[in-house]
Ligand binder design. Sequence first.
Ligand code: 5GP
Ligand code: ZN
Length: 144
Amino acid sequence: MPRDPDCIFCKITAGDIPSHTVYEDEDVFAFLDIGPLAEGHVLIIPRDHHSELAAMPAELCAKIASLLPRLGRAALGVTGAEGFNVLVNNGAAAGQVVGHVHWHLIPRQTRDGLGYRWNAGEYAEGRAAQVADAYKAALASAGR
Ligand code: 5GP
Ligand code: ZN
């Protein structure tokens, strides 16, 4: 779907809601997050409305991915950050609030206090092989 009239990010790309744009081309739009986790926190979105990463065309996803090194270098240069996170919240369970797929580009400093609860688990004996086989079967039967 090219545009969703009820979508806040479609309104931003259309210019109906103002934003601080940092990059745009015919397919991609990037702008400052209104509630930044760090100064220079950018949202990168396709102009066309796609609700989530798992539902978007691979070629468009590849176009956005191809811009990440350049946008990342800009984030480092502009903010003086030592690193950055690139994050997609796909689905409400993963924290997605706005239903127009977006990549967060978040500048990071070593001791900025941001972070995840990264509670690493472990697989029971044999379970990892089962899960990997399930992935292979799903990927073999699915389209691109
Ligand atoms: P999500 O939780 O869906 O991954 O992230 C949505 C992001 O969109 C949030 O970080 C939020 O601050 C940002 N956001 C929501 N509404 C607006 C808006 O109107 N303008 C801008 N620039 N960012 C927004
Ligand atoms: Zn939209």
